[in-house]
Design a protein around this ligand. Structure first.
Ligand SMILES: Nc1ncnc2c1ncn2[C@@H]1O[C@H](COP(=O)(O)OP(=O)(O)O)[C@@H](O)[C@H]1O
Ligand SMILES: [Mg+2]
Length: 563
């Protein structure tokens, strides 16, 4: 499981290419940032380089510039560097923040497309990780990885040509070897070492975080069981382990940067040595040698910046891979636009079959029907496919075979909006948003009048409970938190369904999490709807079936009506 999580579906190059494509029109600004960055760097080098030109002139080199002009150029380069730096920083930050917005937009778009079917199987935690840390990692990749690589390439190439033409190509070659060693060879070697320690550090880090959070969430139970000492010891043990991994990673990072510094010094020294030999042999004048060596000396900055990247890069690829997987995932169903609209009168299911993965059949040859005003019960053991059946009635998933007909029209031709207007579902657990009870109800129908709101609550037998709260409908659901029982939550879910005004209400185990008093209350509310609303109620409990007009039993994948 863990292994497949760490393995990437795509190669690093492919991920990089796809990520650049994702940039879209922002790539122009990226190019601007790279040009600015490169020019800025060259300007910074220009300050010392014009100094070297001055020295060369003093040594008798034929330089076609006056001392005053050389000094002015050095100062000009310095000033220009400032301006370019400003533009570079500005465009980098612009890209960074725009990118975060663009990526979030894309991910939310994907979530919307995949919702609800495909999101069931994804852990909510992994989605949260994606919209927070993965996106941040990618932002770092775009703003602080691609552009340094481009800048290093541009600057190195410029310096290579400059040194080659102005000084000597032997010298330029030494510099080029230096760039390749520092910018490519060392990062490649050290990335192997950093990969292992980096992965271990991150897994230790997240395991520590999870354990700590878990402990805080369960603090009540820890205190009740007097288990604080053990927990604390375990937190300390994990903290030490994390520190250990941190040290190992830092050590590997330090080794890599030491190797980089050493290589830079060696190549500068080599350039100086080669230059000296050339001068002694009379192949190069001292002035041109100085200009060349000074240029090489100042040109390693951009490639050193690259050597700091590999630690991030594996993580970036993993993040990029996860985000791309999500963006490219196919939804389980595509919404039907401009399909057949209807007003619920009857439902007829014939020979319905379904499997989640295309192999294991969850449902096969299901036949049933329901008429307006009926309460239909479906009973079967846990795991037999009852919830799946209800989801198919809402077309959350695409059925594999057979028909689901509303008023004689197959569900695949029914307009998706019309379907949701006619059919609603109360699922096993009702989620309450951190908002007032009123707003939690209004999600079902934002335009409902106060009277409709109260009526729906009465029907769901939750009105008295809400009215008795100090702030009534304005009570925050968040402040109630655990004080709201499962039965009360479920009744709010029911009120939502009534408020929604759909003709057909699907109830998935509405009484499974509640005590018998609440079960009685909920069933009574539902029974009062007989002939007013159409209801399909699913449960594994016999007692819940008492209100049904007709009952279907599911056994071993087969559904039959109980006579
Ligand atoms: N999203 C899903 N992907 C794959 N298998 C699923 C999914 N949801 C449910 N299942 C499987 O389908 C079977 C029926 O599940 P479900 O319809 O929830 O049963 P019930 O509601 O009757 O308890 C179970 O074996 C369950 O593990
Ligand atoms: Mg179920």
């Amino acid at each position: 499981m863990n292994k497949s999580k760490n393995r990437l579906r795509r190669s690093g190059i492919k991920i990089m290419a796809s990520l650049v494509v994702l940039l879209g029109s922002l790539s122009y600004i990226m190019v601007l940032a790279v040009i600015n960055g490169s020019l800025g760097f060259l300007c910074a080098m220009g300050v010392t380089l014009f100094g070297a030109v001055g020295v060369a002139k003093a040594l008798g080199e034929a330089v076609n510039m006056s001392y005053g002009f050389i000094a002015a150029m050095a100062v000009g380069c310095g000033v220009l560097r400032g301006g370019l730096r400003y533009i570079e920083q500005y465009s980098n930050h612009y890209i960074a923040f725009r990118l975060l917005a663009v990526l979030r937009d894309k991910i939310f778009g994907a979530l919307r497309r995949l919702c609800p079917a495909k999101l069931e199987s994804k852990q909510k935690g992994s989605i949260i990780a994606m919209i927070t840390s993965d996106i941040e990692t990618l932002e770092v990749f775009y703003a602080h990885t691609i552009s340094p690589i481009c800048i290093a390439t541009v600057v190195s190439l410029c310096v290579f040509l400059f040194v080659g033409f102005v000084s000597d190509f032997m010298l330029a070659l030494v510099a080029l070897m230096g760039y390749i060693t520092v910018g490519i060879v060392i990062p490649l070697i050290s990335s192997h070492a950093l990969k292992t320690s980096g992965v271990r550090y991150r897994s230790e880090f997240s395991s520590f975080n999870a354990y700590f959070l878990d402990s805080i969430k369960g603090i009540k139970d820890i205190v009740l069981n007097n288990a604080g000492k053990e927990r604390e010891a375990e937190v300390n043990r994990r903290s030490d382990k994390l520190l250990d991994e941190t040290k190992k990673m830092k050590r590997d990072t330090a080794k890599a940067s030491a190797a980089t510094e050493l290589a830079v010094s060696l190549f500068i020294f080599a350039a100086l040595a080669v230059g000296t030999v050339l001068v002694i042999n009379g192949a190069l004048s001292p002035g041109r040698m100085i200009i060349g060596v000074v240029a090489v000396f100042g040109s390693f900055g951009p490639v050193i910046a690259i050597s700091a990247l590999p630690g991030n890069l594996t993580q970036t690829f993993a993040s990029g891979d996860r985000v791309l997987n999500l963006l490219q995932e196919e939804p389980a169903v595509t919404p039907v636009k401009n399909g057949v609209r209807f007003e619920y009168d009857n439902l007829k299911v014939t020979d319905l079959s379904f499997s989640y993965d295309g192999e294991a059949k969850i449902l096969s040859d299901i036949c049933m029907y329901a008429k307006k005003g009926e309460i239909i019960g479906i009973i079967g053991e846990s795991g037999c496919g009852k919830s799946t059946f209800l989801k198919l009635l809402l077309r959350f998933w695409q059925k594999s075979g057979g028909n689901i007909e509303y008023n004689g029209t197959d569900i695949d031709r029914v307009d998706s909006d019309s379907l949701l207007a006619n059919v609603t579902m109360v699922s096993q657990t009702t989620y309450l948003f951190d908002d007032t009870i009123e707003q939690n109800l209004r999600i079902a129908n934002p335009n409902a009048t106060r009277q409709q709101l109260e009526e729906a609550c009465r029907l769901a037998s939750i009105y008295d409970f809400i009215a008795a709260l100090p702030d009534g409908f304005q009570t925050g659901a968040g402040t109630l938190g655990d004080n709201l029982s499962a039965g009360e939550k479920q009744r709010i879910g029911l009120a939502r369904a009534f408020l929604r005004g759909s003709e057909l209400i699907l109830l998935d185990e509405p009484t499974s999490n509640v005590d018998s008093i609440n079960e009685g209350i909920i069933l009574k509310s539902l029974k009062a709807q007989k002939n007013k609303k159409s209801i399909i109620i699913v449960s594994h409990r016999e007692s819940t079936m008492s209100i049904a007009d007709r009952i279907y039993r599911v056994r071993e994948g087969i559904m039959y009506e109980q006579k």
